[in-house]
Every structure is written in C-alpha cells, then in structure tokens.
Design a protein around this ligand. Structure first.
Ligand SMILES: Cc1cc2nc3c(=O)[nH]c(=O)nc-3n(C[C@H](O)[C@H](O)[C@H](O)COP(=O)(O)OP(=O)(O)OC[C@H]3O[C@@H](n4cnc5c(N)ncnc54)[C@H](O)[C@@H]3O)c2cc1C
Length: 388
C-alpha cells in the first residue's frame, strides 16, 4: 500500500524548481504565483504543472517551508476552477482561470435556495433564453463571499418539463450585473461571511453557460465532490484552523493557568478520544491521497472523511472550551485566549467554537453524507424521492 508519506528530501526536482522560482521572484505577487503555476500545481499546463498527487504534496510542503503565501479564493480555486476546466469552453478557460488563481477575481457559489439545500435539484431559480441572454429570476441563500465576489457559479432551472435533475443548467454569473441584490446574513460567530442573493430579470450572456444546456446537474456533482474533498482536509475548520495535535498547547496553557478542569479524569478521557480521532482522520486523508495517486476522481470516500471530520471539529472546539473551565463561557478569556495563535489560524478558538456548528451543515449535511455512504458503499436502497 502506498501509505508511506515520508516526503522526498531537499534534492527533489520540484523542491529545487520552487527554490529557483523564488530566487527569480523575490517580491512575488499573486499574479506571479498564478502565472508560475504554483497556486494549483496539480492543474494541467498552462495553469499548473500537471503534478502527480505525490509531487503536489512535495510542492505544497516546499512552499510552506519557504513561507510562500498563496492567494485566497476558496470557491474560485477549489470548486469553480476545476469545473470550468472540466467543461468550460476555451474562451471561458482563457478568460477566467488565471484571474481566479491569482484571486484578482473572487468567486462565490450560487447553489442553495430557501427550499433547496440538501435536495438541491429542487431549485427553482429560473433561466430563460431570450436572444443572446439568459434571463435569471429567483433567490439564492447562504452564499459565502457573495458580498465580495466578482463572479458566481450559478445553478438555474432551464426546463420545467423534465425530471428535476435533467432541467438544470450551470452558468457563470458576473455579480455586478444589474438586477442582482446581495443582502448580508450575520452568523452566530458575529461574522458576515454569507448572504442572500436576489435575481430580478438578470441578463447573463448566453456564452456564460458552462457545458451543455440542461446538463448542469452532472457539473454540479463535479463541483460538490471537489467541495467535499477540499472541505475535508487539514485543520478542523474545513481545512483551516487547529488540529487535535494543537490541543496539546491548549492543555499546557490550561494547566499553567491553573484550570482545574485539566485534571478531570473525564476530560482526560475526552482528550485521548479526540486525539485518536484526529490520527484516524489523518490516515483517511492519506487514503484519499493514495486513491488520487491511482488516478481516481473524488468519490464517496470524501463523504466518509467529511462526516467524521465535521463532527470531530465540533468535539475538538467543545473540548477546548471545557478545558478553560468557567472562563470558557466567555468569548475571549482563559487559556483559550492565550492559545489563540495556532499557525495559520489567527481567528481564535472561540471563533472556531462558534463557527464549528456550521461544519455539519455546509457542503452537505452529516445526514446527507451518511445517505451517500449508505447507498454508495453499502448498496442500501435509495431513499424515496418524496418531492416527485
Ligand atoms: C457556513 C456555510 C457556508 C455555506 N456556503 C454556501 C455557499 O457558498 N453557497 C451555497 O450555495 N450554499 C452554501 N451553504 C449552504 C449549504 O450547502 C446548505 O446549508 C446545506 O446544503 C443544507 O441545506 P439546508 O440548509 O437547506 O438544510 P435542509 O436541506 O433544509 O436540511 C435541514 C435538516 O434536514 C436534514 N435532511 C435533509 N434532507 C435529508 C435527507 N434526505 N435525509 C436525512 N436528513 C435530511 C438535514 O441533514 C438537516 O439536518 C453554506 C452553509 C453553511 C453552513
């Protein structure tokens, strides 16, 4: 089994290539990184270096070592880009891919609606072809980055007279098109990260259709599988934030600050469980990498990682709070406050605790992941579609 992830050392050609590139680009910009192919090095040329998954790991490791900071455009780079690469026209690839890689243009995802979340295919936002434009009417919700995005990947209904999965199309939506209204939703962490988006006779050029008319559902699945992979790696907050290993620092802080809870046998039992879970999740990630090395597309195994990882995230942050004893009831006090500076996670344990409630909902709820696991791994019967 390909599970030995002892990464190749200093003389590996990818490491050397990155160091040489860095010498030539000491004051690199996001655009330099995108044009150099280092934002998504596994993408095909000219956007990436067509790296194998293992070389990609080496590249990521070397960039981390060199302190290279990549542009941030989660939905653009993680989900819109791969879908446009799979099904976009040459013009669409030329127009959008470099600018999303460099984060010059930020993207959002216009999928969920008030009555279409888990059952996304029930979406009702409509797109009607009128001359050279599709006219969009409807409403989207929970649109992360909608207030800052230049473009959105939009799912809309283009045929009402066929089974629901067969009448959906996939569009690129410029967010400054007249008729689009974005209103904020403030989440329980106090942040404005998502929005409602209203479409009132919004005219989108017909060349913004991605793939074939009415074939949007199969592209949505490409996007969602990439979303589940990217939401299920690394730290406990969808790839960001601390891991169970960072909890060790917190335990030390709690101990030093005299928190009595750290001595509780019950809490120590929970610490051990969370730590073990964290190790299991690491192995599941390696299994995903192994299957990617064999050339497999992201599949239902990403649902396993997501279902376990999201609940693990909530347990981890609950434990962090409990370790602080009574001070944990406050937003910014106790050992949690002092241990805030986990690498790559400056938002803090308290923010993580509040945000972690969203983990088991966004990107497909835990119940939905379990349905996928039941059907795809255990061949259990599909649940009845009551909406027909
Ligand atoms: C932080 C965050 C960011 C998000 N960002 C975006 C974004 O950028 N773009 C976007 O389009 N959407 C986004 N979403 C929306 C997200 O994809 C939906 O919230 C999610 O798909 C669930 O849909 P829903 O909220 O309508 O819940 P519902 O589908 O109404 O579910 C309600 C409850 O019923 C359960 N349930 C539903 N169907 C089943 C079933 N078949 N079997 C068992 N249980 C079921 C669910 O598990 C859940 O507990 C985001 C959500 C969060 C939390």
């Amino acid at each position: 089994m390909l599970m030995n992830l002892e990464l190749p050392g200093d003389d590996h050609p990818i490491r050397q290539q990155i160091r040489t590139w860095l010498k030539d680009h000491e004051n690199y910009t996001n655009e330099d990184l995108a044009l150099g192919g280092w934002v998504a090095p596994h993408w095909p040329k000219p956007w990436g270096h067509d790296l194998s998954p293992i070389d990609q790991l080496v590249a990521e490791d070397e960039m981390k070592r060199q302190g290279i900071r990549k542009p941030s455009n989660q939905i653009g780079i993680g989900w819109a880009g791969p879908t446009i690469m799979t099904a976009g026209t040459t013009e669409q690839k030329d127009r959008y891919l470099f600018k999303l890689l460099s984060a010059e243009e930020i993207w959002c995802q216009l999928f969920s609606e008030p009555d279409a979340g888990s059952d996304l295919a029930s979406l009702r936002t409509s797109a009607v072809l009128d001359g050279d434009y599709f006219i969009i009417n409807g409403q989207k919700i929970w649109t992360s980055f909608g207030h800052v995005a230049n473009f959105g990947i939009l799912l809309a209904r283009t045929n009402n007279n066929v089974p629901k999965h067969q009448g959906i199309s996939y569009f690129i939506c410029p967010m400054d098109t007249p008729g689009i209204t974005v209103t904020p939703i403030i989440d329980m962490s106090g942040n404005h990260s998502f929005n409602q988006v209203f479409f009132d006779n919004v005219a989108i050029p017909k060349e913004n259709l991605v793939g074939e008319l009415n074939n949007g559902w199969s592209l949505a699945k490409v996007t969602l599988q990439n979303e589940r992979v990217s939401l299920s790696t690394g730290g406990a907050l969808w790839g960001l934030g601390p891991t169970a290993e960072d909890l060790i620092d917190l335990i030390k802080m709690a101990y030093l600050s005299g928190s009595s809870s750290v001595r509780s046998a019950l809490l120590r039992d929970r610490i051990a469980k969370v730590y073990i879970e964290g190790q299991i999740l690491k192995w599941l990630t390696l299994r995903q990498v192994t299957s990617a090395i064999k050339g497999a597309q992201p599949g239902p195994e990403s649902s396993v990682r997501k279902a376990i990882g999201d609940e693990h995230g909530q347990t981890l942050f609950e434990l962090a709070k409990d370790l602080s004893g009574t001070l944990g009831m406050l937003a910014d006090a106790g050992p949690i406050k002092n241990a805030d500076k986990v690498e790559s996670f400056t938002a803090g344990w308290h923010y993580g605790y509040a945000f972690s409630r969203a983990l088991t909902i966004g990107g497909g709820t835990s119940e939905v992941q379990r349905n996928i696991i039941a059907e795809r791994f255990f061949n259990l019967p599909k649940e009845p579609d009551l909406s027909k």
